[in-house]
Design a protein around this ligand. Structure first.
Ligand code: FAD
Length: 482
């Protein structure tokens, strides 16, 4: 079966599932006689990528079976649904250019609300250094401030985005991974040094609370250039807004799953996939074997690498699937008995050089109703090693040390470590220096009848929208060979 899979660049970057669904002509597929396959295509993983793949496959006329290891869908879309303000443990901000995700929410009846006005109103972040609150004024003259001249006024978290914004050699995000950009595929450390940053500046401004890598040495500057230029495109879209699903972002994949025509099996972890000329065989952890014409693996590579895939993957693709980094992130949702921020007069959103890392206050109107603490990289790993209880105690202890008014007030009411989550084994993809141009696009090329997607394979978008984009691409590839 063939399918015209030509997607123009604009549709791909700002496209919608609806656009693609409308362009794919429905078709009916017959199973070969004696074929025991439950569906034309098995999709492994019911995160956004897998669900977008399954819906696109169905729009193209293929029957699908979605296999999900957990008892819920959504993967890295996880709302702390019992916490006031519904903080997100996973995918949070839906930007103005998230065409596919917004279309899916609209199509499947998930109400979105614009949280940008609230974010703009409450932008202050308190700086915590060595366990002490440091005001903006005190920071400008602090002996710990490593920034020279006028840069002295910058808060630590403002420096790296400023340098990437001013000195990004990528004019546009398109083609960021192409070999022509290999010279840019060096470390963030090398890039920042070339722009005049000292080791002290990098240590504070990048390494302390980075959401990409554990330090500036282990992430490619090219990945950061793509992120910066993609973010710029997002910010240029008018009108500007930042959406969140009114009842939590997890409701979006749940609604997508309800819209599937095919079967969705929860609690169905896959452990092996074999591709042959005649079709694929997918083996569940239970030992059950299922056959189909093709399989879409909609998993992060941190878990794809745990599957037994035959024939064996080769070359760069094998290396990429085995070694691609996935960011350690651990989240804690806290509530406070009393509004300690009114007592000490300091904003509850914080940036800390301790394990407290970053905290973000959730508000109802102007009232703070919960606080989300996010630890990245090595800090997340240290907290994970303390165990759930130990990590929660440590977060509260750091909070109380920095904010004595919070003593005895705080409770951790929910927490999630993405590294400890066996079905995630880390968060978004981290490309080490030199690997962007070496791994892409070979790392997601079809392997026989096996097709790969997931956020890490997106080329035009990031995060949630990237996951959706990748699912569509893998589905179209699979439709082509059915
Ligand atoms: C803290 C945090 C904040 C974020 N913030 C944003 C943001 O603001 N904006 C943004 O765009 N993105 C954000 N993201 C990223 C976004 O949530 C993800 O990129 C996206 O949801 C990934 O979707 P996916 O389908 O590629 O992978 P996943 O969501 O990881 O889906 C994979 C699925 O496969 C399942 N699975 C795993 N192994 C197996 C197996 N062996 N058999 C069967 N099933 C299996 C998993 O259970 C899971 O459901 C954030 C993520 C996190 C964690």
């Amino acid at each position: 079966m063939t399918q015209n899979n030509t997607i123009d660049r604009r549709t791909f970057l700002l496209g919608t599932a609806a656009t693609l669904a409308a362009s794919a002509s429905p078709r009916v597929l017959g199973l070969a006689s004696g074929d025991s396959a439950p569906a034309d295509v098995i999709v492994v993983g019911a995160g956004l990528a897998g669900l977008a793949a399954a819906l696109t496959l169905e729009a193209g006329g293929a029957s699908t079976l979605v296999l999900e290891a957990q008892r819920r869908v959504g993967g890295k879309m996880l709302t702390f649904s019992k916490v006031p303000g519904l903080p997100e443990a996973g995918g949070q901000s839906i930007g103005a250019g998230y065409g596919r995700l917004i279309a899916a929410a609209n199509q499947f009846g998930v109400k979105l609300v614009d949280v940008l006005p609230g974010q703009m109103k409450h932008r202050d972040v308190a700086l915590i250094l060595d366990g002490q609150v440091v005001s903006r004024e005190a920071w400008a003259t602090s002996p710990r401030n490593p920034f020279p001249g006028e840069l002295h006024k910058l808060m630590p978290w403002e420096y790296a985005p400023m340098v990437f914004g001013r000195s990004n050699p990528l004019q546009r995000p398109e083609g960021w991974y192409e070999p022509a950009n290999a010279a840019l595929d060096t470390s963030v450390h090398e890039f920042l040094r070339s722009k005049g940053a000292t080791e002290e500046m990098i240590a504070l401004a990048y390494n302390t609370n980075t959401s990409y890598g554990t330090s500036a040495h282990d992430v490619s500057a090219l990945q950061m250039f793509f992120i910066e230029s993609w973010g710029r495109v997002q910010r240029q879209i008018q009108p500007q807004y930042v959406y969140k699903a009114a009842d939590g972002n997890q409701r979006i994949p749940e609604a997508m799953a309800r819209a599937l025509k095919g079967t969705l099996r929860l609690d169905a972890a896959v452990r092996a996939v074999d591709s042959a000329d005649s079709g694929v065989t997918v083996t569940l952890a239970s030992g059950e074997r299922l056959r189909a014409k093709a399989v879409v693996l909609a998993l992060p590579y941190s878990v794809t690498r745990q599957l037994a895939i035959t024939p064996l993957l080769k070359g760069v693709q094998a290396e990429a699937i085995q070694t691609l980094g996935h960011q350690p992130i651990t989240q804690f949702a806290l509530v406070s008995r009393k509004p300690f921020w009114k007592q000490d007069g300091i904003e509850p959103s914080m940036w800390s050089d301790g394990l407290l890392a970053r905290s973000f206050a959730h508000r109802e109107g102007d009232e703070v109703i919960s606080i989300l603490v996010t630890a990245y990289g090595n800090k997340a790993t240290i907290l994970d090693r303390l165990g759930r209880e130990g990590a929660a105690q440590r977060i509260i202890a750091e909070f109380e040390a920095a904010r004595p008014a919070a003593k005895g007030q705080l409770r951790v009411v929910a927490q999630h470590s993405w590294s400890m989550d066996p079905w995630a084994a880390g968060d978004w993809a981290i490309f080490a220096p030199g690997t962007v141009t070496r791994f892409m696009p070979a790392m997601y090329a079809p392997h026989g009848r096996i097709h790969f997607c997931g956020e890490q394979t997106a080329i035009g978008n990031r995060g949630m929208e990237g996951a959706m984009e990748s699912g569509e691409r893998a589905a179209i590839e699979a439709l082509d060979v059915l």
